[in-house]
Design a protein around this ligand. Sequence first.
Ligand code: ZN
Length: 130
Amino acid sequence: MNQELKQAIEAKQIAYSPYSNFEVGAILKCKNGNIYRGCNIENNGIQSICAERTAFAKALSEGEREFESITVVGSEKGKDIDEECLPCGYCRQFISEFVDKEFKIITYDGKEIKEYKIDELLPHSFKLDK
Ligand code: ZN
């Protein structure tokens, strides 16, 4: 188990998810080696934020712009990880704004570590012509 995966599991344990009882942790690694941790933060409305976007918001608001990978794990509260937790559609679109084709999305199902590229998870992202 690599360091980012261990940290993602730790991040999962601080999730605030009283409504779904589903905890997600994410570790975003920048190309300069800096690490940002995120967990899902729910709300008694519709303004919940996913672990992936929490980690990106922390990094981006500190000036980071070059990203290497994000490791994402999730499970029901108090249970071991037994399936992979892929970013939701909203996070995929959000992530696609800030990463290059080599960026890795890393998941863990309790047994196996898997890696994806953003183009595999979101082959046709929305792009507004600038
Ligand atoms: Zn999401």
